[in-house]
Unconditional design. Structure first.
Ligand code: HEM
Ligand code: SF4
Ligand code: FES
Lengths: 224, 252
């Protein structure tokens, strides 16, 4: 493959609306996978400080692998967010003059029409989350991760903000999963209703899962 | 059903030409038969305007039987009005109440500039078709077509896609002004049949490229298009277009 055909592949795929959407869907699904893994690991909070800290130490001990996973996630985030904003701007430009009256069809979902807003709330959440839990914390020998989490979740306002963000996450992914299937073209009349239901149910399960963590910590380890 | 007469207030988008800013103007129209169609109601508005010495409202129409794809406006925020699976010309006035106010606007999209009043320029669709919405080899006549067996189910899916009349309601209804439902119908009707498969790959790639060039938005899988489509073109066509596009960028 010479240089020009390589360029033209990149251009003919990623330069096109469907190509951008398919990249958006791939990165979204990678992030989705992370959500599931992250939640599964963090349910060890229910098991108490010892189990949870052992898990945290295990993650730290992965060394190079942890770095790799973080880099992949970071790239997916950046691409997903960049494209999300780019696509949304293009879509706004495609209708420079709005309707004076616009009625939405009854069978379209709220989640599907608010992806950019739920996405931006998630972006803010993720940045704050990284600063709170990962970046600003000096983690050395004998660092007590459980205590840190318990400390953060002892503030009622923080718990409320966290719960709100996870509800928003639930909305984003309840449309996101089924949307990604449609974007890849994995839509048949028989299969799609099932995917739509799965997408909604998983969205709720993941949101409830994440919400249960701060509430559990606040009640049991909030020092009240 | 007995014929009734209703009085309406209509707020119609008036715009002299593509450079004019345009505005909604309010008219009253009395004694509209509930058996008449939406376009006949507009005819009545125009007759009154002509009697008053004013410019009649320009709107597109041709067959008035739901098959040509010329008509279409957004009525109270709904493309082709409130009835599902119905073009504006086939919409009866019995679906409206006496004394109701109707806001009537043209399709709104960068790719569909308003020419005058409710008339928009939909030649972007023609250019998308020119980019690949055809079969370029000689496929013979009807007997030749029947020489290649096609499963009934596949033929039906192709016929369903082929029922798209190119009206543009999908673009008008989509929050992103995306033309994906139209393009997917035009790609699907051919991609499903043996005669269309040969050029399938180039077709999807070229038509999508043209669609983007014309300034339509990106699909975000919301479904307003499907709800507005007078021919009830299904979203599974968009999924097929997505597959065809992916295949084509790998192979072309
Ligand atoms: C945990 C984080 C996230 C996950 C799991 C996730 C997942 C997904 C998935 C699976 C899709 C569907 C893709 C498709 O329709 O093909 C999607 C769409 C979208 N995401 Fe995210 N996302 C996340 C974070 C974000 C963030 C931070 C933004 C910020 C801008 C964002 C903005 C969007 C937008 C605008 C769409 C709609 C794009 C479209 O349909 O064209 N997402 N997301
Ligand atoms: S897909 Fe439906 S709404 Fe869109 S142009 Fe064809 S017939 Fe009209
Ligand atoms: S005038 Fe032909 S479809 Fe309405």
């Amino acid at each position: 493959m010479d240089q020009t055909t390589k360029l033209s592949f990149a251009n003919s795929f990623f330069g096109r609306s469907i190509g951008k959407k398919q990249l958006m869907a791939v990165t979204g699904l990678v992030l989705y996978g992370f959500l599931i893994g992250h939640l599964t690991g963090n349910t060890l909070l229910f098991k108490g400080a010892e189990k949870f800290n052992a898990y945290a130490e295990f993650l730290q001990s992965l060394g190079g692998l942890l770095v790799l996973v973080r880099v992949v996630l970071l790239v997916c985030f950046v691409v997903h967010i960049f494209l999300g904003i780019k696509l949304t701007r293009e879509n706004r430009d495609a209708r420079p003059i709005r309707y004076q009256v616009k009625k939405d069809a009854s069978n379209t979902s709220f989640a599907s029409k608010t992806m950019i807003y739920t996405g931006i709330i998630l972006l803010i959440f993720i940045v704050v989350h990284l600063f709170n839990f990962t970046l600003l914390i000096p983690k050395g020998e004998g660092f007590n991760t459980f205590e840190m989490v318990a400390g953060l979740f002892s503030f009622p306002a923080y718990v409320v903000y966290y719960v709100f963000s996870m509800l928003v996450l639930g909305l984003h992914i309840s449309h996101g999963l089924q949307s990604a299937f449609q974007t890849f073209g994995w839509n048949t009349p028989k299969f799609m209703p099932c995917i739509k239901n799965l997408s909604s149910v998983l969205g709720i399960v993941i949101a409830v899962g994440y919400i249960s963590l701060p509430i559990f910590m606040f009640i049991n380890h909030g020092g009240h | 059903m007995s014929t009734k007469k209703i009085d309406l207030t209509v707020k119609i988008w008036r715009q002299k030409n593509s450079n004019d800013k345009g505005r909604l103007e309010t008219y009253t129209v009395k004694e509209v038969s509930t058996d008449s169609s939406f376009l006949e109601m507009l005819d009545l508005v125009n007759e009154n305007l002509i009697l008053e010495g004013k410019e009649p409202v320009a709107f597109d129409h041709d067959c008035r039987e739901g098959i040509c794809g010329m008509c279409g406006s957004v009525v109270n925020g709904e493309a082709h009005g409130p009835e599902a699976g119905t073009t504006l010309c086939q919409l009866h006035m019995r679906h409206f109440k006496n004394g109701e106010t109707l806001v009537i606007e043209p399709w709104r999209a960068k790719a569909f500039p308003v020419l005058r009043d409710l008339v928009v320029d939909r030649s972007a669709f023609d250019r998308i078709i020119s980019a690949g919405g055809y079969v370029s080899m000689n496929v013979g006549g009807a007997p030749d077509g029947n020489a290649i067996p096609v499963p009934k189910k596949t033929a039906d899916l192709s016929m369903d896609a082929a029922s798209c009349i190119g009206c543009g309601a999908c673009v008008a209804a989509c929050p992103n002004a995306s033309a994906m439902l139209f393009v997917s119908a035009k790609v699907s009707q051919l991609a499903l049949l043996p005669q269309g498969k040969a050029e399938g790959s180039a077709r999807a790639k070229n038509m999508v490229e043209k669609m983007d060039e014309e300034g339509f938005g990106n699909c975000t899988n919301i479904g307003e298009c499907e709800a507005a489509c007078p021919k009830e073109i299904n979203l599974t066509n968009i999924a097929r277009l997505n597959r065809e596009f992916f295949k084509s960028t790998l192979s072309e």
